[in-house]
Structure formats: structure tokens, C-alpha cells
Design a protein. Structure first.
Length: 73
């Protein structure tokens, strides 16, 4: 039996181009348990799929490492 997955969507502040999206994607993909990352530049959204629950604080830290910030929920 496979481990359940969780999908969460966040609003990222400051992403304006494909390089921005690539940087955020690369940082978030490094997190343990992440199985998929989708970034939509037009809406500024980041969707993360992971095994189990990935805390928003962990995602926030990765996004900040990439040089951006998450909007408050």
C-alpha cells in the first residue's frame, strides 16, 4: 500500500518570470517527501504534492531560500 499524498497551494509574492518560477521549483523540490511542484507565474501560485503532510512553515522556508515569500494564508 502506498503512502497517502497531500496537495497544497500557496501564493508566492515576487515571482515575475520563468527564472523566478524555476528557482522556487528547484528549492521546493529539495524538500523531503515532495513528489511534484507546479508554479503558475500568472497567478503567482505554487502547488506542492508530497507524501504525507508537509508543513506550510517548511514550504515557506524553501520559498524564502529561493528569494521570495509566501503570502499569509
Amino acid at each position: 500500500m502506498s503512502e497517502p499524498t497531500s496537495t497544497s497551494t500557496y501564493k508566492v509574492i515576487g515571482m515575475a518570470c520563468h527564472n523566478c518560477a524555476a528557482t522556487v521549483t528547484e528549492e521546493v523540490e529539495l524538500l523531503d517527501g515532495v513528489t511534484a511542484v507546479t508554479v503558475d507565474i500568472a497567478s503567482g501560485s505554487l502547488t506542492v504534492t508530497s507524501h504525507g503532510n508537509l508543513s506550510p512553515a517548511t514550504v515557506r522556508t524553501a520559498v524564502e531560500e529561493a528569494g521570495y515569500e509566501l503570502a499569509a494564508p
